[in-house]
Write a protein of this length. Structure first.
Length: 243
């Protein structure tokens, strides 16, 4: 939904790029997008972390895209704060164009105290941020060590989950860190935990719905305008923001 967004790789395309260099003779269709963390771990071991970073930047060329209207529409909603696992700077750049609402971007633990002093809404970059706020969290080892290495960010998300209703937008809901935090909130608050809404492109299966219920997640299917096909996500998000 960015201007020039066709230049940004999807999870499947990123996984294909990793696999193409790891095993050039193997068909990309053999790999699942959900295996991105494992493939990234292999890639960093075979080549290097620096090479992995270069591949990520090549697949997500932040300088070739600009925020679209939907980014502004999203930021205009009355969020308490925004957490993102994206590396790109689309949300921050969209926020810079806004005058009615002030946002402060948190990329490092040192930004956290200042963000509260300024009294602005926060855009918190959980997995790193282009061009140079590293690491860009992607490998299995980075996910495994995240709670210890980035404890201030974990605590921020936990505190926000305790106090706020969460909406997951453009998100699969199976991020290892998020599932860990969600489990922690359920352990702490049990039935008193606030709901988490996950916006989806299609109705979940019965099994997926039961799993969401067990995790305290409420699936919400994006509306589809009559004159738009289901794969037109821009139109579907525009319809969502109009409601």
């Amino acid at each position: 939904n960015a201007d020039g967004g066709e230049n940004l790789a999807t999870w499947r395309q990123l996984t294909s790029a990793l696999s193409a260099e790891l095993e050039p003779g193997r068909k990309a269709s053999d790999f699942s997008p959900g295996a991105a963390a494992q493939l990234a771990e292999q890639y960093a071991k075979v080549f290097s972390s620096a090479h992995l970073e270069m591949l990520i930047k090549r697949c997500v060329p932040d300088d070739q895209v600009s925020p679209g209207k939907l980014h502004t529409r999203l930021l205009e909603l009355p969020w308490s704060e925004i957490f993102t696992t994206n590396y790109d700077t689309l949300l921050e750049r969209a926020a810079e164009r806004m005058f009615e609402v002030g946002y402060f971007t948190v990329c490092a633990r040192e930004d956290i105290p200042q963000s509260k002093v300024l009294g602005r809404r926060r855009i918190v970059k959980l997995h790193g941020s282009f061009p140079s706020h590293r690491p860009f969290i992607l490998t299995e080892e980075e996910y495994r060590t995240y709670p210890e290495r980035f404890a201030p960010f974990v605590n921020m998300v936990r505190q926000s989950l305790l106090e706020n209703v969460f909406c997951l937008i453009g998100f699969s809901g199976d991020d290892p860190n998020f599932l860990h935090w969600l489990g922690w909130v359920r352990d702490m608050l049990d039935k008193h935990a606030l709901p988490v809404y996950l916006f989806l492109a299609q109705e979940p299966t019965l099994g997926e719905r039961k799993l969401y219920e067990a995790r305290g997640v409420v699936p919400v299917v994006l509306p589809t305008p009559i004159d738009s096909p289901p794969e037109d996500y821009k139109a579907r998000y525009e319809a969502l923001f109009r409601k």
